[in-house]
Design a protein around this ligand. Sequence first.
Ligand code: MN
Length: 288
Amino acid sequence: MNPLGLHAMVVTVGGDAAAIGNAAALAAGAGYDLLEFPILDPASLDTRAARGAAEEHGLTLATSLGLDDGTDVSSSQVPIVEAGVRRLLDAVAVSAEAGAEWMCGVLASALGRYAAPPTAAGWANATAALREVADEAARRGVRLGLELVNRYESNLVNTVTDGLRFLDEVGSPNLYLHLDTYHALIEEESLPGAVRLAGDRLGYVHIGQNDRGGLSSGTADLDAFLAELLASGFAGPITFEAFSRAVSDPDLAYRIAIWRSPWTDGAALAAEAHDFLVERLSAAGSTS
Ligand code: MN
């Protein structure tokens, strides 16, 4: 079975030793194999604590981030692009120091709503930036996942089709597509279709429902999605992601519009999601 991951913000906020220990214990206790730490500010993660907690609980690690207006590598302004490359290289260093196998997220633009489509210069700046960062990440043993997010959270790479074009222009085998069902529901013709289109460029998956809540209710046909993942031979991590104002970093909540608290008990939600994934993956595997 694929490694099953938990986004740390389902159960905790922050990257200090206490938050890390709490998240690692809950993730391992629920049966997860991987824990993903958001590092919007790379310096916020206590890498020694993360590495220690992962070893103690037998977890592998991933990190994720989105850029901001001052570090947007898809900007047409060179100083902003340079600041973005520095931010991404800092994040690679933090990820490597923590022992993370993956660094994912909105790596090629700011995370937030844009008022216009990307420019040709901005696209070129972003592909050049990711080429440099992917090479450095490869040297440090960290794989990069370019997350495909919906049009309200980036203007650059919203679909698998966009993502494949971006990867082709970057030309690095260390840069993969990171598909998220929440975003794909908005931008793709179907969830299984997105998996088929991504093919062997798919590296990392966020699984979440349309309302950012638990997996066992919602409008996304996750059974069809998981069945297609298995059929495609995808062997990468499948990481559960959910958001509630009750458990969220204020900056991230603002940027992805988390205004309500549909759930409050993240530990229970994580445990339920793990059981759901094991049950549905087993069922899909047994019939294929
Ligand atoms: Mn996601």
